[in-house]
Design a protein. Structure first.
Length: 113
């Protein structure tokens, strides 16, 4: 599973590689550009479908450096229905949580506000 080394406004460093766009980390460790069906400041169910299909135990969502991004209620409802623990935190705290989790996990990280 990838190790997130750091984040700052507009970037995240994962295993030595700098990403300058929002990312998702799938339960299999694959890193992808975050899909943005509703823009960067709304985390919606559509962009988590691929993650949920892989049945992680935990999904960590980083809501930005200042916590501006919002998670739609449908995301919370779906996670609960699937038995997935959802952790929603500002991105600097979310990367710490992500790295500490030992269960099957996935992540979505917004990098700016």
């Amino acid at each position: 599973m990838p190790n997130i080394e750091s984040t700052s406004f507009g970037s995240i460093v994962v295993d030595g590689k700098v990403y300058s766009y929002d990312i998702i980390i799938l339960p299999n460790g694959e890193i992808k550009r975050r899909p943005l069906p509703k823009g960067t400041h709304v985390v919606c169910l559509e962009e988590l479908e691929e993650i949920i299909k892989e049945k992680p135990k935990v999904i960590v969502i980083g809501t930005g450096q200042f916590g501006i991004a919002k998670v739609e209620e449908k995301v919370k409802e779906k996670a609960k229905a699937e038995g997935i623990k959802l952790i929603v935190e500002r991105t600097p705290k979310a990367i710490i949580s992500f790295n500490e989790i030992r269960e099957k996990k996935a992540g979505l990280f917004h990098l700016t506000c």
